[in-house]
Structure formats: C-alpha cells, structure tokens
Design a protein around this ligand. Structure first.
Ligand code: FE2
Length: 196
C-alpha cells in the first residue's frame, strides 16, 4: 500500500516523505507547521530598536514537524525541520529563540540539510560552545544544554531534528538571561561575541 505525497513521491503507508536535499516534509496532513516572525522575537536580539523598525510580519524561521504520539509521551520521538531565513537585525544574524528542554536531561539530534550557520550550545552554568553547521553536519545535543541555531549565510538554513516526545520546552530561562554568546556580522564575517 502506498500514498502520493505533496512532492509527487510515493511513500509507503505509515511513513512520511522527507526531501533530504532540502529538508522539507511535503504536504502530508500529519505534518504540522509553525512560523516565527520578527514581531514575535521581542527582546531576543541585542538591538531591540532595529527589530522594532522592521516589518513585524517578516518570517524569521519556520518549522515543520511530525508528532506520531501526543506531547509528553514517555519513550516516543518527534521528527521535524526548522528553516532559519537569512538576514540580520542590527549586526545580529537571524536565529531561533533557543531553549532548554523542560525535562532537562532530554537530548536531541540536529542534522543540516542545506545552508550554513552555527549551533550555539550553552549549559546551565552559562558556558557556551559553538558548532559550525553545513549540509550533512549532524549534531548530538546532550541533555541540560540550551540550543539555538543562527543562520550566518546568504541562503535559508534548514536542519532536521529528532527529539523525545516528553522533552518539552523551557523558553523562560533563555528569555530572562539570553545566551552568553551572540553571533554578529562584523565587516561581512561572522564573529562569536561573549556577552556574560
Ligand atoms: Fe530542543
């Protein structure tokens, strides 16, 4: 038994189709979608004034995800992608808000489909590290590590993700203090700047 997906590709029943060259997950009704706009990124960027001057409807990043089991299910997994669009606010590249998992010990895989950028990782003592992202780069994010993706390139950065269905999100810790490093564009190149 098979079904035709939005890509015109045939996926076996029970499976969804992911275009691994782009990371996109097609028009499958099981795939949920969400976008984050410039207007939804209050106080995330260093230059809040520059953000306010931008079109609040501009999409900063978009997500597709497949949740085969309900949120919070212990032992299950979710699969999805995120696309961070190219751009800057002031000197700071477009990026995801970033989060710890609500269940702190839950890990996650990221795997880059296309584009270039940086994965910013920070532990609970605010010690940060950065990993370069590019097509094929696959990142294991251990538990208790906050994670954020920054697009430092000129094209959209799309990565696939797989995470536990009971991981949840804790955005509050990041909203209060932010990450301890920021990725800024200075003289046309990306620079990792330590904040606090
Ligand atoms: Fe996560």
């Amino acid at each position: 038994m098979s079904m035709v997906t939005g890509h015109g590709k045939t996926a076996v029943a029970g499976a969804i189709y992911v275009d691994l060259s782009t990371g996109f997950m097609g028009n499958d009704p099981r795939v949920e979608r969400m976008v984050k706009t410039v207007g939804q990124m209050k106080r995330v960027f260093l230059d809040e004034e520059a953000r306010r001057e931008m079109d609040p409807a501009q999409v900063m990043y978009a997500m597709e995800y497949w949740k085969p089991v309900p949120d919070g299910t212990e032992g299950g997994l979710f699969f999805g992608n995120s696309t961070v669009f190219p751009g800057v606010i002031g000197e700071e590249y477009f990026m995801t808000r970033g989060h710890f998992h609500a269940k702190r010990d839950r890990a996650e895989f990221y795997s880059t489909a296309s584009g270039t950028g940086m994965l910013v990782l920070m532990d609970e003592q605010r010690r940060a590290t950065v990993q370069e992202m590019g097509a094929g780069s696959t990142h294991y994010i251990t538990g208790r590590i906050a994670h954020r993706v920054v697009n430092t390139g000129a094209v959209p950065l799309t990565f696939l993700a797989c995470w536990p269905s009971d991981a949840g999100y804790d955005y509050a810790a990041i909203e209060e203090q932010g990450f301890s490093v920021r990725i800024l564009r200075r003289n046309g190149v990306s620079e990792v700047v330590v904040q606090s």
